[in-house]
Design a protein around this ligand. Structure first.
Ligand SMILES: [Zn+2]
Length: 116
């Protein structure tokens, strides 16, 4: 049974949605915590600047209200389900369903369901 005391406050965003992420394989050595708001995680054995909201560097603090406005890095990549005919003709098929010859590309792309 764990006797870990879960911190009350996230060092980075100062919210109170902290949960126990995991514990050391050797019982009692360390615990890891996870913030459910900003997803910051930290180990109990890290220095105060990484674990204590009062000494966490102000430059790296996060306002939870800003999280929805933050860019996704790297940007979310949504591969096309299929290549357009124009894309197949000009750059070759990237979805692998159409052959790359110019004339063949058009018919193959259409047959493959690539969006014209
Ligand atoms: Zn947080």
């Amino acid at each position: 049974m764990s006797t870990t005391t879960i911190p009350d406050t996230c060092p980075r965003c100062d919210t109170h949605e902290v949960s126990l992420l995991t514990e050391s394989p050797v019982p009692g050595r360390w615990s890891m915590y996870l913030c459910g708001v900003c997803f910051y995680s930290w180990r109990s054995t890290e220095p105060g600047y990484a674990t204590d909201p009062a000494t966490y560097p102000a430059a790296f603090k996060i306002d939870p209200a800003d999280i929805p406005k933050m860019p996704v890095v790297p940007s979310a990549y949504s591969p096309q389900r299929s290549c357009s005919v124009a894309a197949v003709v000009s750059a070759g098929c990237r979805c692998g369903r159409a052959s790359t010859g110019r004339a063949a590309a058009r018919s193959t792309a259409r047959a493959a369901g690539c969006r014209p």
